[in-house]
Design a binder for this molecule. Sequence first.
Ligand SMILES: *Cc1c(COP(=O)(O)O)cnc(C)c1O
Length: 379
Amino acid sequence: MTDPVLTMIPGPTPVHPDILRSLSLPTTSHVAPGFVTTYRRCLERLRAVVRGKRGLPFVVAGSGTGAMEMALINTLSPGERLLVVSQGYFGDRWAQIAETFGISCESIRAEWGRTVPPSELEARLAGGEYAAVATTHVDTSTGAAAPLSQYAGLLAGRRELFLVDGVCATAGMDERFDEWGVDVLVTGAQKALGAPPGVAILMVSARALDRRRALAGVPGYTADLLRWLPIMENPAGYFSTPPVNEIVALDTAFGLILDEGLDERFARHRRLARSLREGMAALGLRPFTEAASLADTLSVLRYPAGVEDGPFRQEMALRKVIVAAALGPLAGQAFRVGHMGNIGVGEMARTLAAAEASLIALGRDVVPGTALAAAARGR
Ligand SMILES: *Cc1c(COP(=O)(O)O)cnc(C)c1O
């Protein structure tokens, strides 16, 4: 048998066979009783995955970015002030979307590979009031995980809505919608949830929906949460056809997550991250990210002098392991490996073996077996 291509990028991530099978079930009516039951269960399971009993779940056609856009335009009107706590490329995306809609935006930007210290957010909040604060749980460009619970502590009791981009974290790292007082958590199917792309996922607090109701309108028709709300409360209704097969697949993905158990799933992500990094470090491929902020869902690894990005990733691809280029100022200096969703030791070992063989093919002096031996120690 030949190995299938292993997609170890920070999304889309490998899709479990059970999820793929459910994606291939016959497409039904969007109001067929069976689908309505699945849609309703999918929304309930989303609540469980983000520990959000008080949140209102929304799952509609779209992407992570689409969910970010919905989050902003449903809670802020032009001219209102948004504070973005940015740790990289995707943090900056919050600001770009805000600018597109005339929302007045200020950013606190961390140096790439680091996170914004809570004290900086505290100082900014002491200087004035904003309508909302938006941040990113794991910035996929830098591999840094933000201290979300500390940001949440600073926002508790304040007027600012707390908007969180969980796209590269949800179901791979702990998120506590209720406990942290999150107002809108946006996420995507194709990252740590391990489902195929195609849906925008939001959890919305009652307070955030009240802000939507207070707006004169929303610069979007299908992006208006109030048009979707009746469907999310009762999926037997119709507003605009939902992506039936993708929602069935997402429900299966949530089922796998809850069967595994959230705490066990987060621990698995931590173990795999640690041993993959041990193995890569033994090859001279070390994290770009500061040690205190390493995410469990992906790694951004620097090339040692003399290893070039294009040839390295090409050698990896020849071994049927796909890793991603680095973004922005890191392009060419590092590569990104996703290790989230429904992957295990097998996928991690294949990735390490491919990295080792690729370096040897490029003429590096590496003793065969180095990476897996180090990874085994890291576990
Ligand atoms: C991938 C990603 C996004 C964008 O999601 P799309 O589905 O590609 O639009 C946003 N934020 C983070 C943190 C991501 O990793």
